[in-house]
Ligand binder design. Structure first.
Ligand code: GLU
Length: 549
């Protein structure tokens, strides 16, 4: 299944050539192309002005513009959008000059097949991103803005402010990856970022997603630092990722990708250095392959190099459902504080992956009526309540929620605006923004995902009196049980399920109350209070350790 869309603008006046390119794009396998075709430069520039184009496929000889000037005019209007030149054999020198002037690639019409065309376009986009946009991600801007707001309110030492604004270490790798049925080898980008090395080893997940870049991974690493410090875990924050869309990958492909990525970052990770875990697009199998690859390198088994492993390989009981369970512990504490009776509450959950499905399950066990859930394919709404058991069974069989019979299909955007008591965004970042925040109708927002709410939306929700359980608090159950898994691994302990859940419950409740107390004492919203709790702890540690030399 192709899940990535590339919005392309084809500027080509020759009808035969245009038809050829369109038919090649239609046959693409790894991505889908949404193509707008125009036959003059003026029409192309007018379309570009409207935005939402990822790549331009440009013929240089058009009725209203000739040769290099055609490229220069496109470049001047949209300097950040990659341009791939489409050329005939006779114009190859001209195409070469356009590449020298900044076009990402040229392709000779009549000599390319669908796979080559698709790949050149994908790589042109990759290169443009790598050259200009590695740090420039909306998520990194959000993480930095949140930090700066908290720093201002807590009057943070300016030296520490500068020190925490960027990660301490970041490794960017590119590596080859062979698909099962394609002859070509893909080159993909991978990252491991360590934000704070002051508190002990660094800790954080690895995500496989098509939007991963240095900025996104850095934002996630920063949030891990605040999260671990808030939960008083002896870790700094880290995160890793590979920029791929893994949804269509076979297990073999996932395994090859994981093993090669592990060997690329092997110098950075280790049980005393930096301990990966699952995140979006990765799971316990991926952790098993990382552990195996690492162990093969050092010559003995090192289960503690990752957490979130299968239990039989030294994983912890309760780790898989820990993030969802933690979200629900936090909701229980918040409900008590707000005087909400859970057995009379309704909930809407965005995302039905590992986090969302467990939130649904545990909330239902508390008597909450789950009125809507969603995944990447659809939302499902039933005002009389959905059976979580049936949803889980349906997804086990069909992989996605699409077609679930017992409710009305709605979009993810509609789902977020349903009237409910508890809204739990547990899928993607940047879901609640300036646009929809005024229409969010819950009493309690519990952030299972990392970074689902923009800074502007935060203010609107706070003004409207919606109680927010911020991501660094609400979804910290995952890394907390990861910590238990690591402790059990390094000490050769085995804790029971009850022990795990009991300890998790206490840590979540303590963190909820320390955040609430700070928020009430200093008149802060819950997110700022949680961030300040974390930042304050890291600041104390940094000042105590001093600077070497
Ligand atoms: N990826 C999870 C998070 O964002 C868990 C990290 C971990 O267990 O180290 O919190």
């Amino acid at each position: 299944m192709a899940t990535s869309f590339i919005r392309s603008l084809l500027i080509e006046d020759n009808v035969v050539h245009a038809r050829l390119i369109l038919s090649l794009l239609e046959k693409a396998e790894a991505v889908s192309f949404d193509v707008v075709h125009v036959d003059t430069l003026a029409a192309g520039l007018a379309r570009l002005e409207r935005g939402d184009i990822d790549v331009v496929l440009l013929d240089l000889v058009l009725p209203d513009s000739q040769e290099l000037d055609t490229f220069m005019r496109v470049r001047a209007d949209v300097p950040d959008i990659p341009v791939v030149i489409l050329t005939g054999l006779e114009d190859i020198n001209l195409a070469g000059r356009a590449v020298e002037a900044g076009a990402q690639a040229y392709l000779v019409k009549g000599q390319i097949n669908s796979a080559q065309l698709e790949r050149s376009i994908r790589y042109a986009i990759e290169r443009t991103r790598a050259q200009s946009g590695e740090w420039d991600s909306p998520m990194f801007r959000l993480a930095q803005q949140q930090f700066l707001k908290a720093a201002q309110l807590m009057n943070l030492d300016d030296n520490i402010r500068q020190r925490l604004l960027f990660p301490q270490r970041a490794q960017v790798v590119t590596f080859p990856f062979r698909r099962d049925k394609h002859e070509q080898v893909e080159t993909v980008f991978g990252y491991r970022v360590q934000h704070v090395l002051t508190m002990g080893p660094t800790k954080g997940g690895i995500r496989y997603h098509q939007d991963v870049n240095l900025g996104e991974v850095s934002a996630l690493a920063m949030w891990m630092s605040w999260k671990c410090a808030l939960m008083q875990l002896p870790y700094g924050g880290a995160k890793g990722g590979v920029r791929v869309d893994p949804t269509g990958f076979s297990r073999k492909e996932l395994q090859r990708l994981t093993r090669r990525f592990t060997s690329e970052i092997i110098g950075m990770i280790g049980p005393d250095k930096d301990i990966p875990a699952p995140d979006m697009g990765t799971d316990e199998n991926v952790m098993a392959w990382i552990m195996d690859t690492y162990s093969q390198q050092v010559g003995y088994s090192v289960p503690e190099v990752v957490t979130g492993k299968p239990v039989v390989l030294g994983g912890s009981l309760g780790r898989k459902e820990a993030t969802g369970r933690g979200v629900v512990y936090a909701i229980e504490d918040a409900a008590k504080h707000l005087g909400m009776k859970l057995s009379q509450c309704t909930a809407v959950i965005q995302g039905f992956g590992n986090v969302g499905s467990h939130v649904a399950r545990f909330l239902a066990e508390d008597g909450v009526k789950i009125i809507a859930v969603s995944d990447a394919t659809t939302g499902i709404y039933n005002p009389h309540g959905l059976s979580v058991g049936s949803l889980l069974e349906y997804v086990r069989e069909h992989r996605f929620l699409e077609g679930f019979p017992d409710g009305e299909a709605i979009s993810n955007a509609e789902l977020l605006e349903l009237p409910c008591d508890i809204l739990a965004p547990a899928a993607l970042q940047n879901q609640i923004t300036l646009d929809n925040a005024p229409r969010i109708k819950c009493k309690l927002l519990a952030e299972g995902a990392n970074g689902p709410t923009s800074l502007e939306a935060d203010e609107i929700l706070n003004d409207r009196g919606i109680f927010i359980l911020p991501d660094v608090l609400a979804n910290a159950g995952g890394v907390t049980v990861s910590y238990f898994e690591w402790v059990q691994g390094t000490q050769n302990y085995m804790w029971s399920h009850e022990e795990i859940n009991g300890r998790l419950h206490k840590i979540m409740t303590d963190a909820f109350h320390s955040t609430l107390q700070r928020s009430q004492r200093d008149h802060l919203d819950m997110r700022t209070a949680a961030l300040i709790e974390g930042i304050d702890r890291i600041t104390q540690a940094k000042l105590l350790r001093g600077i070497f030399p």
